[in-house]
Write a protein that binds this ligand. Structure first.
Ligand code: PLP
Length: 379
């Protein structure tokens, strides 16, 4: 969709990008300065595979400060983005034919990583009317003798669902009964959370050793291009991740790691300001979506997307063309309204479309005005 949007743009069309999966903010200045200093100070050599020791210590301090989680540097592996952290963990834990439970909707990389590891994906559906959250009962009934891993994100991309402490406690109780199952908890959107509280399954002591926490700097510090993620896990799992990473990429970029040290140890004010701006946009987007007949939309508690159910438009016609699914509707919005989005199929939910609000308020207003106009033209 991004590629088609770019093509339209090169033809001179004014395409509004609501498909964006990254903050439209610049990296805070103090983090950039740290990187410039690192270049001047010749941080130009290979780095330890697991990351610089002082950065891993800073990750431990962050996990204690923000999440009340106690880890040591031996539990931490720094990687080239949270995506690599996830890949390391899946490759370390999943063997051929192992089952991996993934609630839908999910970030597309999850199922692809499981396929690379030759595992089998078992989906648990979640719906608009359940706030896109799954229940302990659903998890229990998806578990089989072959289940190796449960993989999810909170806050969730694409739904914006954020699990409460009580909801996680319910899931933790299920995992307590199944001591062979690991949990891969993707917390990359931790700081883009509108509820004020972020909770992790790692906070439940009885299962903590089996929880692999993945986080990174991409979203919370507007550092997507810098590529810095990290894993906090039992030392044995961390070692396995380190071995895998050592053969794929070695240690993460030296300059990025020095900048990350500053990001994690300094004032979070820029992150909070960015979060507040996302919260303001979310309020407005929800108002705009509610005014469009047929769209059923949850209010996201985190991340920077809305994920409305658009199925009321399936079967409608644009001239002679019938809108059969979310892919057709997303394409129609690109061609007719010049607004790009991402069809829900990519996230395992073909009734929905993901629209980002990582764009300026002006673009958001204009984008949704165009969407509304285009949808009302369907017969
Ligand atoms: N996890 C989720 C849910 C994401 O949406 C993304 C990026 O879009 C990532 C992980 C990857 O983050 P990184 O840029 O650190 O690799």
């Amino acid at each position: 969709m991004a590629k088609l949007g770019r093509e339209l743009r090169t033809k001179g069309f004014d395409v509004i990008d609501l498909s964006l999966g990254e903050p439209d903010f610049d990296t805070p200045d103090h983090i950039k300065e740290a990187a410039i200093t690192a270049i001047r100070d010749n941080w130009s050599h290979y780095t330890p595979v697991s990351g610089f020791l002082d950065l891993r210590e800073a990750v431990c301090t962050k996990l204690l400060r923000d999440n009340q989680l106690v880890y040591e540097p031996g539990n931490i592996i720094v990687s080239t983005g949270a995506k690599q952290s996830l890949a390391n963990a899946v490759l370390a834990l999943v063997d051929e034919d192992d089952e991996v439970i993934i609630p839908t909707p999910f970030w597309v990389t999850y199922s692809e990583l499981v396929k690379i590891a030759r595992g089998k994906v078992v989906h648990i559906p979640s719906y608009t009317h359940t706030g896109f959250k799954i229940t302990p009962e659903q998890v229990e009934s998806a578990i089989s003798k072959k289940t190796k891993l449960f993989l999810f994100s909170s806050p969730c991309n694409p739904s914006g669902a954020v699990y409460t402490k009580e909801e996680l406690a319910g899931l933790a109780t299920v995992f307590e009964k199944h001591p062979d199952i690991f949990i891969l908890s993707d917390e990359i959107y931790e700081y883009i959370n509108f509820t004020g509280d972020h909770f992790s399954l790692a906070q439940f002591p009885k299962i903590k050793d089996r929880v692999v926490v993945v986080n990174g700097l991409s979203k919370g510090f507007a550092m997507t291009g810098w590529r810095l993620g990290y894993t906090a896990a039992h030392a044995e799992v961390a070692k396995a991740c380190e071995k895998i990473q050592g053969q794929f990429t070695s240690g993460a970029n030296s300059i990025t790691q020095r900048a990350a040290l500053t990001a994690l140890t300094s004032d979070l004010r820029p992150t909070k300001e960015m979060r507040n701006e996302f919260a303001r946009r979310k309020e407005r987007v929800i108002e705009l979506v509610k005014n469009i007949p047929g769209l059923i939309c949850n209010e996201p508690d985190g991340a920077f997307y809305v994920f409305p159910d658009v199925s009321a438009y399936f079967g409608k016609k644009d001239g002679d063309d019938i809108i059969k699914n979310a892919g057709d509707l997303s394409m129609f919005l690109l061609n007719k309204a010049h607004v790009s989005s991402v069809m829900g199929d990519a996230f395992g939910d073909p009734s929905c479309i993901r629209f980002s609000f990582a764009n300026s308020m002006d673009k958001i207003e204009e984008g949704w005005r165009r969407i509304s106009e285009a949808l009302s033209s369907l017969k």
